[in-house]
Every structure is written in C-alpha cells, then in structure tokens.
Design a binder for this molecule. Sequence first.
Ligand SMILES: NC(=O)C1=CN([C@@H]2O[C@H](COP(=O)(O)OP(=O)(O)OC[C@H]3O[C@@H](n4cnc5c(N)ncnc54)[C@H](OP(=O)(O)O)[C@@H]3O)[C@@H](O)[C@H]2O)[C@H](O)CC1
Ligand SMILES: [K+]
Length: 680
Amino acid sequence: MNVYLSDILTACILFPVVAFLITVPYMIYQYRRRGSVPKLHTAIVYSFVFYLTCAYFLVLLPLPADRTAYVAYAATPQLVPFNFVHEFLAETTFSPSDPATWLRVLRDPYIYEAFFNVLLLLPLGAYLRYYFRRRWWQALIIGFLVTLSFETTQLTGLWGIYEHPYRLFDVDDLIQNTLGAMVGFWLAGPAMRTLPDLRTANLRAAEAGLSASVTRRALSFALDSALTAALAVGSIYLVYRSGLVAAPIGAKATAAQALEATTAQISDALLPARLCILIALVIVFFIVPVVTRGRTPAQALLHLRIVRTGARRASWYHYLARYGLLFVFIWIPWGLFTLLTEVGGSSIGSEAGTLATFASQNTEACIAVLAVFTVAWVVSLIVRGVRAASGRAPFVMLNGMLSRTRIMTESGLAAERARLSALSVDDVRKLEQLIAEGGISLASLMRCAGEAVADEVRTWAGGPVRVCVLTGSGNNGGDGWVCAESLARSGYPVTLITPKTAEELTAEPARTEARSSLKRTLEGEFPLTVAVAPEADDAARALDEAEVVVDAILGTGFTGSSLREPYATWISLANLRRFKGPRGKGRGAHRARTGKPSKRASGTTLRDRRKDAPFAVAVDVPSGYSAQAATWADPCFCADVTVTMLAMKPGLIASGAERFCGQVKLAELVDTAPYREKLG
Ligand SMILES: NC(=O)C1=CN([C@@H]2O[C@H](COP(=O)(O)OP(=O)(O)OC[C@H]3O[C@@H](n4cnc5c(N)ncnc54)[C@H](OP(=O)(O)O)[C@@H]3O)[C@@H](O)[C@H]2O)[C@H](O)CC1
Ligand SMILES: [K+]
C-alpha cells in the first residue's frame, strides 16, 4: 500500500510541471475549438492528466536499480488467462461456509491486486464516457490499448532503457484493467445525471467566445512576442555567423578586451542585431497582418482579428499605427529609464549624444516625467481593466484607442457584422423573391435552411440523441421537415409533430417538401416518427423523451399578440420541460397535462434553464416572438440557439431578445451580397 502512496506522491510532485507544459497548447486548442476556455472542461482535463500521471507511475515505478538489473519473476510473460483464479484457489484457505476466512480473502494478494487492477482503469472508462463521449466499444478498445501500453512498457524494460523486463507481463492484468475501464464506463452513465452537462458548457463557451477576452489577447501577444524573439535570435545568429559583420565582442575576446571596448564601439557593433529585432517586429506585427488582412501569426492561431472600430476592415496604416504606438509606449519609459540609469552610473561619455547630455543636466525633471508617465499608464490600465471586468466595456488598449482599431474574435466579428446588416422582415421577404428570381428556388433555400438547423443540432449533440421537431403549417414548418429528415438520415431518432398531414399543408414549398420527405420515409429510406395533431399527453411524452427540441412552428409569418392552439400547448410543454424537467408526480405533472405554463416558466431567463433541459433550437425566430417588433406572445418558445435565415432581423438584435432567442446564429444560405445591392 505504501508503494502505491509513494507513486501517487511522485505524481503529485511532477504534476505541476506537466500542467505547466500543457497549459499553452490546451488554451490554444480550447480557443480554436470552443471559443473560450470553459472552467468545467479545464477542471476535467487537468484532473484527467493528473489521473493518467498517477496511473503510469503506479504501473512503471519503482524502476530497477540499474540498467542491467535482472528481475527473475518478470523474465517469462504470464500468458494464461485467469491464472490468478487458479493460483488463488490453489493457495487459499477460503471456505464460503466459514465466515472467519472471508476477511482473509480480502488480504490475499491475488484478490487485492485484481481489485486494484480493476480500480486502476475505472476512472479512464468514466472519463471516456463523460468527457470524451465515446461509445462502449470504443471505451473497450481504448481501455485495452492503454493497459497494453502499460504491459508492453514493462515487458520492454521501458522501451529499451533497461536491458530486461522489470515487471511481469501478465495477461490477467490486461483482462482486469480492461474490465475496470468498462465498469467505469457503465458507472458513469447514472453519475452523468448529476454531473454538470458538458454540452451546455460548450454552448456557454461559444457565447463567451464572441468577445476577445484579455487572457486570449495576452496569450496572443505573448506568442507573437515569442515568435519575434525566435526570429530575431535566429537572424542575429545567422548574421554574425556569416561573418558579414563583426560580433560586438568577439567570441575569443578576453575579459580585458571586452572591458576595453567603449560603449560607442559596442553600440555600433550591436546595430545589425538591433536591425534584426526591428525586422522581426515588422514581419510579425506589420507584414503578416497586411498579408492576412488583419491577423498576426498568433492572432490567426487564436482566431482573432484586428479591425477598425465598427467592425470595419482595417488597412495597412491601421496596423502600423496600432503596433507602432504600442512599441513606442513600451519604448518610452524603458528608453528613459535606461538613459537615466546610465547617466547615474556615468557609464557613458560624450559619445552618448545630446539626449544623454540633456538627461544628465535635467535628471530630476526626467525622473518626474518617467514617474508621471508610469503612474498615468498604471491608473488608466486599472480603470480599463475594472470596466472590462464588470462587463461595462471591452478592454481597449491605449494604442487601440488612438489608432481606432480593436481586436475581435472571428465569431464575434461575424456576429457583429450580421447585426450591423440586419434587414426588416419585409426586406427579407423581398430578398427571398430576388433570390428566387435569380434562379435559386425557395425550395432549395428551404433545404439549406433545414440543413443549417440540423448542423447546429449535430454540433451540439456530437452523436445521435433523441430529437423532437415541432412544426407549424407554414414554411417555417417546411424547414422543420427538412431538418428532421437530415437528422434521421444521420441516425438520430426523430419524432416530428405536425398540426396537419403533409397533404393538408397549404404553404409552398413546405407542402412539397413535407410530402416528398414523408414518401421517402414510408419507402424506408430513413426512419422518422410523424405525429399528426397528437393529444397533449402524447406531445408531452415526445418532448419528455427528447434531448433536443427543434421549434419550427412559426417564423416570420407569426402575426397577432397571442398563439392559437395547438401551438400554445406545444410551446408551453417545451418550456416546461426546459424549466421544470420531465413530467413527474405532483404539480408539475398537472401543469404538463393541462399545458398551462407556470409563471416561472413564462418569465424565466435562459440562465435558469434546467441542467438536463433539452437543447432548444428555434428555426429563424422563436415561435411567438416577433422578428420585427421584438414583442412576444405568452407563451413564447425559449431557445438556446436561434438559427436565423438570410439576414438578422430587428427583433433578434433588440435588447432583451436573448431571453427568448438565446444565441442567434445567422445562416446566410446563399451569398446575399448581390441581392442586397438590388434591394438598395
Ligand atoms: N427567409 C428565407 O430565406 C427563408 C425562409 N423560410 C422559412 O419560411 C418562414 C416564413 O414562412 P411563412 O410561411 O411566411 O410563415 P410561417 O411559417 O412563419 O407562419 C405561417 C403560419 O403561421 C400561422 N400563424 C400566424 N400567426 C399565428 C398565430 N398568432 N397563432 C397561430 N398560428 C399563426 C399562419 O396561420 P393562418 O391561419 O394565419 O394562415 C400560417 O399558417 C421563415 O420564418 C423561414 O423559417 C423558407 O425556408 C425559405 C427560406
Ligand atoms: K420557429
């Protein structure tokens, strides 16, 4: 037992080093993948790395005393499956009828080692299911491969570092470890009902990723600076190595020679080095942004972009102003400080020039300027930092203010540009007509719209989960039919709820799409459950079972201030599921049966959604919400994400829209620019 504890202690000591090494790659990965670094993911990933470190140390430590150590018991691999059972039965005094022998079993090495072997990979199985979203057979393969890596490392004496195997390659270990991974996998299932939902965390991370956080920008600047340093050092090395210029102090110079070199001589010889640094700076902070239209190398890596205020594209002189000012700001206090310290130390002579002479004559004044500059800079940094932290304003650097440039995330920029180019509902209809006249039929627009929603569901779910698509009788419902077919084809179990049969729909192209989709499912091309005008209880059951609810009831065609049946009931049920959970016994069940929303359900913000609430996606606009006027009916569908078609609409960008729309994503469907021009 003490051996195990000491291995875990070694892992604890080494873990900070491992954590340090993975932090930057981990952050880059999260910024690229999810838009921000979610705390939940970070806690899980670092705990997983800690667990793996412990597991490997438990398996690999202690190491043999020296390279040639021969461990007799490990020399021949044990390849008989379940050998430990035979050994245990042969040696044990265990008797089921004698309780006095029961405790002894637990102390038997064959039993407790088997128990620890199972325990060792139990967390791996749990992580594979909960965090990595693997299926059981994938967990089985990964569990087996990990344990195989343990055993082979032992068999090969740490891949040849030691001449002989130092632990026994035992096939029973493979069986017990893999079993452990599977037990962990199965235990994770029920545990996941209480563990936080990672998919919701992903959603929040994407939302947070709309703005360029200070950490993300600081990381990008640090990476760019590291690249600049690497470029500068590399080129300085090449320049001096090539012999084109003399090194400041020759490699073979004696200490006396080095001391004899005057400051001016050193300064002259350093000029090429300074030029190399300047060129590296220009490449990273000017040439690359010009070529990539607003991204330094690290900004490209972290999906950031330099823009002008108002999300407009910046030009070369904006990059020059932004980074020129930044480096001037960094250089002024540093230069002044160097000048003053050199003057103080009298290490420069008359060669230092007029600036140094001035500094030596006005030391107090220079110190005062330096102090004022530093204090002003620190105070303004704190003020801007506090304002940013309280969410009142994005963090803007002084050079950004003066050059009228900002750093935005790619997703934030897309959202801002979509917001700025919002169209009224009437204009969207005109745009639709112009596109149709241009040769792209409304039916193909509808197919693109349905696919865009299906993609959103796939991104969130990461694998087939049960989906309920609520459709109305207009073209918004048509989008729902396309989405349902697309998801069903990808293996998602989908129930589509419709107020009328496909035949009875009147809106085109919704009717044609619904009819052909129904025909294909009846011909067995893909499975789709269609419920026509179901009873409230049946609709509630479908919603209870769903992990995703797609709202394709009403879009821009919604009129009036209230919803007619059956839509009001469906939406109430969906919102109840969202805020109150599945129907159980008691009051919630009654409300669900009557379809009447509680006060809380109709007035609750998105932050109050239940942890296990289904992912709610609204097609074009949440049903009951006016895309034009930003008014809403009671009930009104509450979405996590709204996928809106062709253009943003005024209601979706109005303040408070988030309560019903969640995060609004634009699906442009086609390149709308030429049609927007015609729109005038
Ligand atoms: N913009 C695009 O590129 C595309 C959009 N598409 C989708 O089409 C809808 C707009 O479709 P439309 O058919 O014009 O309208 P809706 O489907 O939103 O709604 C029409 C039905 O709604 C009923 N309605 C209206 N108000 C109420 C109410 N208060 N209560 C209940 N029912 C209501 C109305 O019923 P009537 O009895 O009044 O006729 C209609 O049946 C758009 O949002 C996009 O999702 C296409 O995909 C093409 C591309
Ligand atoms: K809708």
